[in-house]
Ligand binder design. Structure first.
Ligand code: ATP
Ligand code: MG
Length: 244
């Protein structure tokens, strides 16, 4: 067992990450691990560096120092397309669907690396089994779906590539409370199916209620980390993020 309580070899490991935008030092000595099959939440307020962390993991921004390892492979200098080919997938901030395209076409965009017709059919079946509503609505234009439905399309699209690690950027953003709950039920369901996840959230209570472990970012530094159950009891976290 490693120091932070994970057992299996991690699927993702960020070590000593420092990321800059120009001269501005954003991520400062960030270390994060996600174990195989683990659900980890990354918490923090606006501008704390959550999305920058996901961009660093995906290779959209390059850290000045530090390493990104994915499934035992150092990918720090590899392109985003390579990392996606190796099994990373993302549900981006604000979902970013192709609004004028149908649900089916949006899901197809998630399968573009997967050439085999039979495998593709299986992927559709798996996603439709998880989200029966997407099958019903497969011909509807994505831009006309409700926020919660769009969240399902965004997750379904990410799952089409059979990711080994699913990155999610603020899945609860812009959703009514009932849909936030539904959204987290779905995240839990995907996690229960064996997919490792790193879920970025400002809704700390909800995120920690389904996570195995969590990290808290504050102005680019990890200021708190631990088991989700322990973080939920942490006084500093409760004051800062849980409104109690
Ligand atoms: N391309 C960029 N160029 C310059 N600064 C940037 C760029 N992208 C982000 N930043 C800055 O980096 C800091 C961290 O941004 P980031 O998007 O990672 O925060 P966040 O925690 O995801 O915030 P939010 O909760 O609002 O999404 C912010 O101060 C932001 O203005
Ligand atoms: Mg963000």
């Amino acid at each position: 067992m490693s120091a932070n309580g994970t057992t299996a070899a991690p699927i993702l490991r960020l070590s000593g990450i420092n990321t800059y935008y120009g001269q501005i030092h954003i991520l400062q000595d960030v270390n994060i691990e996600v174990g195989a099959g683990e659900l980890v939440s990354l918490l923090g307020g606006n501008a704390s560096g959550k999305s920058t962390t996901l961009k660093t993991i995906l290779g959209i921004v390059k850290p000045r120092t530090g390493t990104v390892e994915f499934a035992g492979d150092e990918v720090t200098d590899k392109r985003t397309s390579y990392r996606i080919g190796q099994g990373m997938a993302i549900v981006p901030e604000n979902r970013r669907l192709f609004g004028p395209m149908s649900v089916l076409e949006n899901l197809e965009m998630g399968a573009y690396l997967n050439k085999d017709g039979k495998a593709r059919t299986e992927d559709f079946d798996r996603v439709y089994e998880l989200f029966p509503l997407l099958h019903e609505r497969r011909a509807q234009l994505a831009g006309t779906l409700s926020g919660g439905e769009q969240q399902m399309v965004a997750m379904g699209r990410a799952l089409m590539s059979r990711p080994r690690l699913l990155l999610m950027d603020e899945p609860s953003m812009g959703l009514a409370p009932i849909l936030v709950e539904r959204s987290f039920e779905i995240i839990k369901q995907v996690h229960d199916a064996g997919v490792a996840m790193l879920v970025v959230e400002q809704n700390a209570n909800m995120a920690l209620s389904i996570a195995d472990r969590g990290y808290v970012l504050s102005t680019g530094r990890i200021v708190l980390e631990g088991k989700a159950a322990d973080l939920l009891q942490n006084e500093d976290l409760r004051k800062a993020y849980l409104g109690r």
